[in-house]
Design a protein around this ligand. Sequence first.
Ligand code: BG6
Length: 510
Amino acid sequence: MTVQDEPNPLRDPSDRRLPRVAGPCALVLFGVTGDLARKKLMPAIYDLANRGLLPPTFGLVGFARRDWEDQDFAQIVKDSVREHARTPFREDVWDQLSDGIRFVTGELTDPESYAELARALGELDRARGTNGNHAFYLSIPPGLFPVVVDHLRTSGLADTDEGAWRRVIVEKPFGHNLKSAQELNAIVNEVFPPGSIFRIDHYLGKETVQNLLAVRFANTMFEPIWNNKYVDHVQITMAEDIGIGSRAGYYDGIGAARDVIQNHLLQLMALTAMEEPVTFSADQIRMEKEKVFSAVVLPDDLGVHSVRGQYSQGWQGGHQVKGYLEEDGIPEDSKTDTYAAIKLEIDSRRWAGVPFYLRTGKRLGRRVTEIAVIFKRAPHLPFSVTDTGELGSNALVIRVQPDEGITIKFGSKVPGTQMEVRDVTMDFAYGDSFTESSPEAYERLILDVLLGEPPLFPRHVEVESSWEILDPILNYWATHGNPESYPAGTWGPTAADDMLAIDGRSWRRP
Ligand code: BG6
C-alpha cells in the first residue's frame, strides 16, 4: 500500500468523531405561521447552520397564505431564531442562511400555488445548487395532510429527478385512531416510497431517549436484571406544568392520550422493553419495537385500569391558573382529557406479569418526564422490620427531562450504632459528565431527514400498532362517563392513585 492509499481517518464515514453534515438541499416548510415552526423548527434550522451541519448552499422555503416577500419571511425566521435558538446568534451564520430563504404565497388547496412553489425550488436549485434535493415538512393540521400530499404528487414536486431525492416529513398527530392512520398511511405511501417518509415523534430525537439504548445495550450490568425475574413494574411519566395555552384549536377533541400516549409514551415503552437489535440499523430497531407493540395486552377491566382527567382551576408556581373549561376557545362542556393514565402488559418471556403504567397530564405538579424501572423487594431481609421501616424498592430512573440523567435508588446503612437501612440515590447528570449541551430533538431529526437516515422515525406499522393499543381505551372512554376533574398544580385525579393502589403500588412523586 502506498502512502496515498492509506485510509485517511478524517475521511472515514463511520468515524463518529466527525460531524454528519447534510449535502446540498432545500427544505420546504408548510405551516410557517404555527407555534411549532416558530418555537422549534426555525430555531433548529439555525442551530444546525450554526454548528456547521447544513451545507452553505442550504435553501429554506416558507409556504403560507400570507402576502409576504422573501425578506418578510426571513425577518420572521430571524425573530424566531433570536428568541428561541439554543446557540448564540451570529451575523455571519445568519447572512449565509438568509441568502437561501424564499417565500411562496399560496393556498394549500390551490394547484397554481404548487406550480409557484416548483418555480421557487427550481430557482433555488439553479442559484444555490440545491440539486433538486427537496424535503417537504408538513407542520399543518392533520386534516390537510392528504390535500398537500396529493398536490405534491399532481404538481410533480414529489417526483425525483435523476440522482436527486424528495422526502416528506409528517408531524403528529398521525391520524386520530387506527382507521384514520391507515387511510393516511395509504395516501402518503402512494406518493412517496417508504424510505422517503419521515414521521416525526420528537421524543425519539431527545438525547436522553437515545441514551436509553446506550445504557441498555452498551453495558453488562443492567440487562441481566431487565426482566420479570427482577422488575416489579415500570412507570413512565410525562408530566407538564403548563396548560394548553393558545392551542385550544389543536388540543380540544384530541386530549392527552392521543397527544402524548399514542406516540411519545408508547415509544418510550417500546425502547424500554425491546430486545437487543441485531444491529443499530433502522430496520432492526424498528422491528424490535414492533415486536413489543404486537405483544401488548390491555387489562380486562378498563374501568379500573385506565383513568382520564381534566384540570380545574388551581395554583401553579404561586399563581392562580384557569381550569381547562375556562381556557380560551374551549367549549364549556368539553370532555377532552388533559390527563390520562393506562396500564398495560407485554406478553413475552421477558416481561410477562410486569405491568407498565403510563401517565401524562397538563397542569400537574411539575414538568418532568422519566422512565422508572422499579425492582422487586429482596426475597429475604435479614434485618428486623424496624431496621428497614423506611426502605423502599430499588429503582433505576431515566430522567428524560429536565435535569437529564439517571438515578439509581438502593438501600444503605445509616451511619450509627444501629443497623438502620434507608434509601439513598446515586446520580448521573449530563451537566456533570459532559461539557457539551444536548442538541434539541428537532435539530437531530431535521438533520437525519436531510441525510436520509431513518432509525429515529417510526414506520407506518408502529404508528398503526400504537393506535391498535389505544383504540379500545378511547372507545371505552367514549361510552363510559367523563374525565374526573383535578385541581391544577396537583398530580392528577384520585382515580389514578386508586388505579395503582388496587395493584398494591403507588405512583412516584418525582
Ligand atoms: C407535544 C405535545 O408532542 O409534546 C404537546 O403535542 C406537549 O402537548 C409537547 O406539550 C411536550 O414536548 P416536550 O419536548 O416539551 O416534552
